[in-house]
Design a protein around this ligand. Structure first.
Ligand code: CTP
Ligand code: MG
Length: 223
């Protein structure tokens, strides 16, 4: 499942982030190519910005990847939920089109770890945080400073047992508007989630600066 239905407000490109050009391709194409190259992936479902389903279909054809397209929802988890309705495999990988540097090998690694351990409900790509993280009140008074050694930044791809993710989404309709990470729903439902250290840069493109950095990293990869 590729979540690509966001409007990309913080990037400010005047349209959905998935269509913004990066290294000569729409950003979404990079994730489609990675999933197309992943041996563990059978079928791809993309949640598209509503009204742009045909455009997403054309990007998939251009990337030579077979994928089904569904209109996304107002919030990310709703988009994921809709795409999940079209999935019929036992395991599913959820990925944000906003992470164009993800490679097929990472997708295969997290699927293999999930498939290899029946105790696990999910496996999540993650990187150790480098900043010190503070938990604060709305007024920005610090509540606590958790020890950095134990803190990880959750990314996508995230692999799950499909039935567990479906149940977790159904169980928390109240959270779907705000939650930014599918694993959180699975954790709340009591599922065991493992972090898989991302081997290479897997930047999320949120701001114009991120887009420039992604551009440089992709250029380095080709050269
Ligand atoms: N996403 C989605 N459906 C939504 C909102 C977000 O599928 N209703 C997807 C985005 O397309 C993106 C991923 O979720 O690939 C992560 O979201 P984010 O980085 O916040 O992207 P946008 O919501 O597009 O950006 P912004 O919040 O700046 O508007
Ligand atoms: Mg968003």
């Amino acid at each position: 499942v590729i979540a690509a239905a966001g409007s990309g407000e913080r990037l400010g490109a005047g349209g959905p982030k998935a269509f913004v050009e990066l290294g000569g391709r729409p950003m979404l194409a990079w994730s489609l190519l990675a999933f197309g190259a992943a041996e563990s992936i059978g079928e791809i479902v993309v949640a598209a910005p509503p009204g742009s389903e045909d455009r997403v279909g054309a990007i998939a054809i251009e990337a030579n990847v077979e994928g089904r397209v569904t209109p996304g929802g107002d919030a990310r988890s709703q988009s994921v939920g809709r795409a999940l309705d079209l999935v019929d495999s036992d395991l599913v990988v959820v990925h944000d089109a906003a992470r164009p540097l993800t490679q097929g090998s990472l997708v295969d690694e997290i699927v293999a770890r999930l498939a290899g351990d029946t105790d696990l409900a999910g496996v999540v790509a993650a990187a150790p945080v480098t900043d010190t993280i503070k938990e604060a009140s709305h007024a920005r008074r610090v509540i606590r400073t958790p020890e950095r050694d134990h803190l990880w930044a959750a990314q996508t791809p995230q692999a799950f047992r499909t039935d567990v993710l479906r149940a977790a989404i159904a169980q928390h309709p109240d959270l779907l508007g705000t939650v930014s990470d599918d694993a959180m729903l699975v954790e709340r439902a009591g599922g065991e989630v493992l972090l898989h250290r991302t081997p290479s840069e897997n930047l999320k493109v949120t701001t114009p600066l991120d887009l420039r950095i992604a551009e440089m990293l992709l250029a380095d990869r080709d050269g």
